[in-house]
Design a protein around this ligand. Structure first.
Ligand code: MD3
Ligand code: FE
Length: 203
């Protein structure tokens, strides 16, 4: 079912549950050549979330800042293509959310373990803010924090469970958001981790 969040954003509850096996196969295919690693922020802190990417470009963070790059700085090779089935599911979710024509060229894959968190931030390194961001939640649940256009704005909390897909576009595209520290739990398919896929039109 569809849970509206605000103008431009909604959650498609359970959208991807029936595709979990092929989604996990697509993720594993990326991980084989581009495993998760914890990047450093520009101020030198190691992120508690481990990440990898696929697509024409991937999101990277290091002492020089945040940016999209065609290369994985870990090994100097290009990111693998977004697995076809994953791209198709992301486009279908965007369409159902009212964003026809979504063509993701980048997918960030985030791995959370107990205690991992993502502090409030805006996604503003993409060139095209007219395109939405489509996010798939897998594995153990998270409390998602959804703020306003300023960091100091109050946040609403949403429970994101395995299979939930959220679509953020239009006036919601630049809202501050984050993930509260993950609580210890286990999921039958993914174990003690949460994986989040964010499909983007970055270029
Ligand atoms: C709201 N990831 O990778 S996904 C990120 O659960 C990120 O891993 C979180 O924020 C995660 O940048 C949240 C949901 C999400 C993604 C993009 C958004 C919410 C958003 C962009 C604008 C507003
Ligand atoms: Fe984000």
């Amino acid at each position: 079912w569809v849970e509206p969040i605000c103008d431009g954003a909604l959650i498609l509850r359970h959208f991807s549950v029936q595709h979990e096996t092929e989604i996990m196969e697509g993720i594993q295919q990326v991980l084989n050549s581009h495993p998760f690693r914890q990047m450093r922020t520009p101020n030198g802190h190691r992120m508690s979330v481990a990440m990898t990417c696929c697509g024409d470009v991937g999101w990277v963070s290091d002492k020089d800042g945040y940016r999209y790059s065609p290369y994985n700085p870990e090994n100097g090779t290009r990111w693998p293509d977004i697995p076809e089935r994953l791209a198709a599911l992301a486009m279908q979710a965007a369409l159902e959310a009212g964003y026809p024509g979504f063509q993701p060229d980048s997918c960030l894959i985030n791995q959370y373990q107990t205690g991992s968190r993502l502090s409030l931030h805006q996604d503003k390194d993409e060139k095209n803010f007219a395109a939405p961001i489509v996010s798939f939640s897998l594995g153990i649940s998270a409390t998602f924090l959804f703020g306003g256009m300023q960091r100091s704005d109050s946040v609403q909390r949403y429970h994101l469970a395995h299979g939930d897909v959220a679509v953020w576009g239009g006036p919601a595209r630049l809202r501050y958001h984050g993930v509260a520290p993950i609580k210890d739990a286990a999921h039958p398919l993914l174990g003690t981790q949460r994986i989040n896929l964010t499909f983007r039109q970055a270029m």
